[in-house]
Write a protein that binds this ligand. Structure first.
Ligand SMILES: N[C@@H](CCC[C@H](N)C(=O)O)C(=O)O
Length: 363
């Protein structure tokens, strides 16, 4: 299968003032051709396009985000790139079908940071089921399909507001592999998400580690590459293994971790039959945590929303923090609260549009 991708990129509104409109050819391979061009939608302003090494300038036409996404050429995938604290996604308007518009193999190519658009995953906005407004599906950058994505669902909410032309405060009911998720866009543009209840039963996480606190795995020993780590296992629909350090060791200093060495060993550990996301956490205070993440199917990312939720649950279960915490991720902070009243976890953070693009998909 071949993807030829041509990306027309529109600078996000907040960047328009600072980013000169430009375009460039960023790569060309037999299996994946990718042209990137950036357009400035401000009427009348000049836009540059670089094609096959040459640069030409043309006046911006009357394109708007809406008309761009409305295009329906066959074999062309229109998308919008978003990020939540640097955890970045290609968002696809899939509201007219319950089948993803691209395959998992195509998603892998689009996510490639050298030969594709570059992203941690592809997210599809699909028709709702069971009475929900929408369904969200996601492919990781390795093509696998996770049940949920916390940063992704904030991006999803902003994407829906963009394509439905909604302003101000709005909430949506979204069907995901983790059940019902409810994001609400706030007046300041941040998105607060009701992430539902954590799943703690070992078998459901899933982990083969034996439950040591009822059926949950809390501060249990996991030997990874000959080193004994203290881990707590939590599912937010997708599996997470949270560690605050090695058994009997000092508190972790996450900046010192060799994440790309240790991360894959947790991800593929035999104790995690569905693989796992892993959060390495440093406790700064009872309401402030710092973490680095190795994601299942995506590797080291700048942020993980489900991971931030899972680690607050783990920190509370291990008696390390209160239920409301700021979690510092490499890409910035998230506010997380595990409410006692309803047992739900609430996550608040940003989601930002980066650019509009289109990819030519050919078999
Ligand atoms: N970055 C996401 C999680 C994406 C899915 C994850 N890689 C998995 O396979 O479970 C988030 O923000 O939650």
């Amino acid at each position: 299968m071949e993807i030829a991708a041509t990306s027309t990129v529109t600078v996000a509104p907040q960047l328009r003032r600072y980013s000169p409109a430009f375009s460039r050819t960023i790569g060309s391979l037999p299996s994946l051709r990718f042209n990137l061009s950036r357009r400035n939608f401000s009427a009348g302003s000049p836009t540059l396009r670089v094609s096959a090494g040459s640069i030409s300038a043309f006046a911006a036409d009357k394109i708007s985000p809406e008309s761009f996404l409305d295009k329906r050429e066959s074999g062309v995938l229109h998308f919008v790139k978003y990020h939540g604290l640097g955890n970045d996604f290609i968002l696809v308007d899939n509201r007219d079908s319950s089948e993803p518009k691209i395959t998992q193999e195509q998603a892998v190519k689009l996510c490639d940071r050298n030969f594709g658009v570059g992203a941690d995953g592809v997210i599809f906005a699909m028709p709702g089921i069971n009475g929900t407004d929408y369904t969200m599906r996601i492919f990781n950058s390795d093509g696998s399909e996770p049940e949920m994505c916390g940063n992704g669902v904030r991006c999803f909410a902003r994407f829906i507001a963009e394509i439905e032309n909604l302003q101000g405060k709005h909430s949506f009911t979204i069907h995901t592999g983790a059940g019902l998720i409810i994001p609400e866009i706030q007046d300041d543009g941040q998105v607060k998400v009701d992430m539902g209840e954590p799943i703690l039963r070992a078998e459901d996480v899933p982990t083969r580690l034996a439950g040591n606190k009822g059926e949950s795995v809390v501060a249990a020993e996991l030997v990874v590459d000959g080193v004994s780590w203290n881990v707590t296992c939590v599912s937010m629909g997708n599996p997470h293994c949270i560690t605050f350090g090695t058994t009997g060791g000092q508190n972790l200093r996450v900046d010192d971790l060799k994440l790309s060495e240790i991360g894959p060993k947790f991800e593929h550990h035999e104790m995690f039959p569905a693989r796992t996301n892993t959060e390495f956490v440093e406790v700064l205070s009872r309401s402030h945590l710092k973490m680095r993440v190795w994601e299942r199917g995506a590797g080291a990312t700048l942020a993980c929303g489900t991971g931030a939720c899972a680690l607050v649950v783990a920190a509370v279960l291990e008696g390390r923090t209160d239920r409301k915490c700021t979690v510092d991720l490499p890409g910035g902070p998230l506010e997380i609260e595990w409410k006692e009243e309803d047992n739900h976890i609430y996550m608040t953070g940003p989601a930002d549009l980066v650019f509009y693009g289109s990819a030519l998909l050919s078999l």
